[in-house]
Design a binder for this molecule. Structure first.
Ligand code: FAD
Ligand code: SF4
Ligand code: SF4
Length: 1021
């Protein structure tokens, strides 16, 4: 039986006292010292894992001021903090063993957009893409770009002075910062902007912390200007971390913004920023140039610059190969034609943006003429993506590149530690040659990409940090790379900041390093903000060494091998945070979007499971043996113990497994993570395995048994005798209340007819050996076998019938597989033994009929996709392919004719199901092909999750979150579209949710086609 896990690292009493005093001082935000939240915020995207004492989530700047005011008092000078935004740093910047101050949960409002003057005022926790979505409606955008734009916050960007693709044209974040509001460590609010002479006089004359800061900055400039100008590198990327070279701007104005930008939370808490917005370029184009060597692409970049592009990015063959296997490749493949004679080993992505299409096309022509010149070397192939849609797809692919690199087999994983060097672009090719030699000498595997125009290289060598020796490789490679960047007059910290790599700062800055310390001392005299990073306030306090802080690898190492094997998804999560995606119209993690609680994200859940495995390992246990033990123990035998444990849990007895369960309970099992995460972390699988073991210790709620076995029960409840009883109970208020108390709400009613009856009316029968065996070749070619799912068959029997009828209208011969439970609800709730049995039987049934070589086709996307996902993990024999309807129809479209005509002015829109969007690449496009073949233009609407996800939305405890999720994307879209367009939805869950919350009917795509085909035939006859 799963043991109780009580041995966790508790919060130190000093910190508990601080939190209590803070609460008493009027702090209104949330604060928590629960182990789960601390565990989730113990990582960023670096090699480190540092457990904080607590996490606070301020509501507003007043809360941050209350915290800073208290922290600054002598009593609490030993309390340390790290401000945190999206937590996407790659060098431990937001990690601390003190208090994490998370400014992303509540302080994420766009306060003002002034389109006329081209600026926005935002709270620190606003995500970059969130701002750009709002600014887009004014034709504006926030220009600094970074790969993590869908999850990194403006506060984090300013604090790392982020930049990326396009930086040569648009500059870095600080080039777009107009004013900042920072809470200093005395609780005061520092409002910074460039100061003219009079303003500077007033600022430096203040008798306050702000006055000290201004005096220090002005003094450093006055004393050390020449040294600074000599030592600071003249790179497009300047320098992150107290950029003294820009203390004064070109007009000589003192600008504290330039020191705060890139200060990595070591100087104050940024709460608000006024930032510059630029007009969105009217038109874009991207020339994708492919080479037979990476070196050729790097060396050619300078020649390409002559065509005046906005940016040039390079990717190597490894990144390209990984992209080819990714969900997004489908959309960009046409821009990467495979050269007939030579393989592609390097690609330059050359972007042109401008004032209009003609101008951009002229610029592209200039480049393509250059590329077409027969005398030119090196040899290359190219294709051009024109227009915003095409260009953004290619950039999306490039943004996923880092995550994709983590998709390696074996124990070594790409890790960030020398991942963002910058050298003058003219030296980049030579520098990379030597860099490669360093990595090759160590026998490391790696992929590379970067901003060649700015001389920035991204590389994440693969290391197994579970091996205790590997940290020595991190050190020796870093030291060699530090020497190399010095040789080429570049920087180790070219883009992502310093964090725990700050130890190289003193040797880099030489005798200027004490000036950095003076800056730190002025802002943070007691070293409370991210101590040990960038600079310490005092020469006696050392910087943190790169191998000092706790590392994730060292913790993972203690997890027993068998546990790692049984929870591979939790182990594989590399923490890049792509699952913190902000976009409400993207399927990725609805539970995170609805709660803004990072425990309820794929990364959060993976982190919690890893810690669970580790704590079990501490007790000498692994999950493989626990599962074997659980499977062999009769449920009745463990019942008394489970009763006792459940009662103890109710009395408040601590067990870490309960914290993990809480996070798992919030998961919708929508599978967007498994489809969209660059390394395909499958949280529903990890969750099912956890739940299976969790319930060996604790009783299952009755509703889990009901939901898990619903599919098995349905055929009995749906028979003509039981059905009226069931439906009356569900309509009757006391009956509804009873079911609600069990934990289920808004149960759908059973349809008045059985699926067999409606199919029989259409002349469609259950498959049988004799008939199938006797089919002619021609009949077989136009036959399909429908694999039923409980939900469409029994609750939406009209839709089920319409789908069958539409297939008949399309000239197909339809057969019905007898209903058999799919088992997915059992898997979702962690009844793994039962799921294995059901899946095994269903797979045998499918195999039996697969031998007739007639396509097996499912109706509901989520149930159908279970055959190729969950089934393949639990069934020992080969599971036949069961196609989605559109997968079956799309390759047969040539047989369809464009015969359907829409009423003029009508448009048809499809809102897809999360599982098919994310796990069956291109499947929504297949619907578009089917409709197009019949003469109807189908628009695919980008949507997030509908919030239903099988039975999740029907659970009483999930009702409110389910509604919140619906309102993030589906609700507004449905209300906006339903009177103007025909709206279709391919998922049973989605249709039920629209019915439940908007009282609107949306049809299945084939239901709609059935109506259109029927009308056509009626007109024809
Ligand atoms: C896959 C991947 C790709 C990346 N690509 C790029 C890229 O193209 N370009 C690039 O520049 N970076 C890149 N990064 C690094 C990272 O995304 C950026 O540094 C980003 O700006 C961090 O933003 P965040 O909101 O996640 O900040 P966090 O990681 O939460 O914090 C970063 C630093 O800022 C501080 N901080 C955060 N908010 C505040 C605040 N309100 N007040 C004071 N201090 C604060 C933290 O203490 C920390 O020191 C990448 C990271 C990953 C994982
Ligand atoms: S779950 Fe996937 S997307 Fe999320 S952090 Fe882990 S690896 Fe990245
Ligand atoms: S299955 Fe859905 S809700 Fe659960 S972690 Fe994955 S994306 Fe989030």
């Amino acid at each position: 039986m799963l043991p109780r896990l009580e041995q966790i690292t508790p919060t130190q009493s000093r910190y508990l006292e601080f939190l209590k005093t803070l609460k008493d001082s009027g702090f209104r935000g949330e604060m928590t010292q629960d182990y789960a939240t601390r565990t989730v915020l113990a990582t960023d995207n670096s090699i480190y894992q540092v457990l904080p004492q607590a996490v606070v989530f301020p509501m507003d700047k007043a809360d941050v001021q209350a915290l800073a005011r208290l922290a600054a008092t002598a009593d609490w000078a030993d309390i340390v903090f790290s401000p945190r935004g999206g937590g996407t740093g790659t060098n431990g910047q937001s990690l601390t063993d003190g208090i994490v101050v998370d400014l992303s949960r509540h302080m994420n409002q766009i306060l003002e957009i002034n389109a006329a003057e081209g600026w926005a005022r935002v709270e620190a926790g606003v995500v970059k893409d969130q701002l750009n979505a709002a600014a887009k409606t004014h034709g504006l955008f926030f220009a600094p770009e970074l790969s993590t734009s869908n999850r990194a916050t403006i506060g984090g960007m300013i604090n790392t002075d982020a930049s990326g693709q396009g930086s040569v044209m648009y500059g870095k974040t600080r080039d777009h910062v107009l004013e900042l509001k920072t809470v200093l460590l005395d609780g005061s609010l520092l409002h910074t902007c460039p100061l003219d002479v009079e303003q500077e006089k007033a600022a430096t004359g203040q008798a306050s912390l702000a006055g000290d800061i201004y005096r220090t900055l002005a003094d450093i400039w006055d004393r050390r200007r020449e040294d600074i100008e000599e030592r600071f590198p003249r790179l497009n990327r300047c320098l992150t971390g107290y950029d003294l070279a820009h203390l004064r701007d070109e007009q000589g104005r003192l600008n504290a913004n330039n020191v705060l930008c890139g200060s990595e939370g070591t100087l104050g808490f940024l709460v608000e920023a006024k930032i510059n917005l630029m007009p969105i370029p009217d038109y874009q184009a991207l020339v994708v140039v492919q080479y037979d060597s990476f070196d050729a692409s790097l060396r050619d970049a300078r020649a390409l610059m002559e065509a005046g592009p906005a940016s040039i990015e390079t990717i190597d063959s490894k990144v390209l190969e990984l992209a080819r296997s990714d969900i997004i490749w489908h959309d960009v493949a046409p821009f990467f034609p495979t050269p007939p004679d030579s393989p592609t080993r390097g690609v330059n992505l050359v972007e042109f943006t401008g004032g209009g299409e003609q101008e951009v096309r002229r610029a592209v022509k200039k480049l393509t003429e250059l590329l077409d010149d027969p005398k030119r070397t090196p040899a290359c192939h190219y294709a051009v993506a024109f227009g915003e849609q095409a260009v953004s797809q290619v950039w999306k692919m490039r943004k996923r590149a880092v995550g994709l690199l983590a998709k390696t087999s074996g124990e070594a994983r790409p890790v960030a530690f020398v991942e963002d060097t910058a050298v003058p672009p003219e030296h980049l090719a030579d520098f990379i040659g030597e860099f490669r030699a360093v990595l090759d000498r160590q026998g490391l595997n790696y992929g590379m990409f970067g901003h060649v125009d700015a001389g920035v290289l991204h590389v994440r060598p693969a290391l197994d940090l579970k091996d205790p020796e590997t940290i020595n490789v991190v050190r020796s490679v870093t030291e060699e790379v530090v020497a190399l960047v010095q040789k080429y007059h570049g920087l180790l910290w070219g883009e992502h900041g310093k964090g725990f790599r700050s130890e190289f700062a003193p040797s880099f800055f030489g005798d200027l390093y004490p000036e950095l310390q003076a800056v730190k001392r002025a802002f943070d005299p007691h070293n409370q903000l991210n101590p040990g990073k960038i600079a310490t306030p005092d020469a006696r306090i050392p910087l943190v060494k790169l191998d000092e802080p706790g590392q994730r690898g060292a913790l993972d190492r203690t997890i027993p091998l068998a546990s790692r094997r049984s929870q591979p998804d939790a182990m594989d999560c590399n923490g890049n945070g792509a699952c913190y995606n902000f976009d409400p119209d993207d399927a990725m993690c609805p539970s995170w979007k609805a709660t803004r609680d990072r425990r309820h994200s794929p990364k959060g859940r993976a982190s919690l499971i890893r810690e669970w495995l580790r704590l079990l390992g501490d007790q000498g246990l692994d999950t493989e043996s626990l599962a074997a033990q659980t499977n062999s123990t009769p449920a009745l035998r463990s019942l008394p113990a489970r009763l006792r444990n459940t009662r103890a849990r109710k009395r408040g007895q601590y067990d870490y497994s309960n914290e993990v369960r809480e996070a798992m309970d919030g998961c919708l099992s929508c599978k967007s993570c498994s489809g969209q995460c660059p390394v395909q972390v499958d949280i529903p699988e990890a969750r099912a395995r956890f739940m299976h073991l969790y319930h060996s210790r604790y009783l299952r709620p009755f509703k889990d048994h009901l939901i898990g076995r619903l599919e098995q029960l349905i055929p009995f409840i749906a028979n003509p005798l039981a059905r009226p009883l069931y439906n009356s109970l569900m309509r009757w208020e006391p009956g509804k209340a009873l079911v609600r108390n069990i934990g289920i709400v808004d149960s759908p009613l059973l349809a008045p007819q059985t699926p067999i009856a409606v199919a029989a009316r259409l002349g469609i029968g259950i498959v049988n050996h004799d008939e199938l065996a006797g089919l002619s070749e021609d009949e077989r070619a136009r036959s399909l076998i429908i694999v039923q799912d409980a939900f469409t068959s029994y609750f939406e029997t009209d839709t089920f019938a319409a789908i069958l009828e539409s297939l008949q209208y399309l000239g197909l011969r339809v057969w019905l597989l007898p209903f058999h439970p799919n088992g997915k609800p059992l898997h979702v709730h962690g009844f793994l033994k039962q799921f294995e049995t059901i899946a095994g039987k269903h797979a045998s049934l499918l195999s039996y009929y697969a031998k007739y070589d007639i396509p097996l086709v499912g109706i509901d996307p989520s149930m159908t996709l279970a055959f190729r996902s969950e089934y393949r993990k639990y069934v020992s024999t080969k599971v036949p392919t069961v196609m989605l309807l559109q997968e079956f129809l799309a390759p047969r479209v040539e047989k369809l004719t464009k015969t359907l005509e829409l009423e003029s002015g009508k448009q048809v829109t499809l809102m897809g199901h999360c599982s098919e969007k994310t796990n069956a690449v291109g499947s929504l496009d297949q619907w578009r092909q089917v409709f197009e073949a019949l003469g109807i233009e189908l628009k695919i609407e980008a949507t997030g999750c509908c919030g239903m996800a099988g039975t999740y939305g029907h659970e009483t405890r999930n009702l409110s979150t389910s509604k919140t999720i619906y309102e993030l994307s589906w609700g507004p879209k449905i209300r906006n579209l339903k009177n103007r367009r025909v709206v279709l939805a391919s998922g049973y869950s989605c249709r039920s949710q629209v019915r439940r919350f908007d009282n609107a009917e949306v049809k299945h795509p084939l239901e709609y086609l059935r109506d259109m085909l029927r009308n056509r035939d009626a007109k024809d006859s």
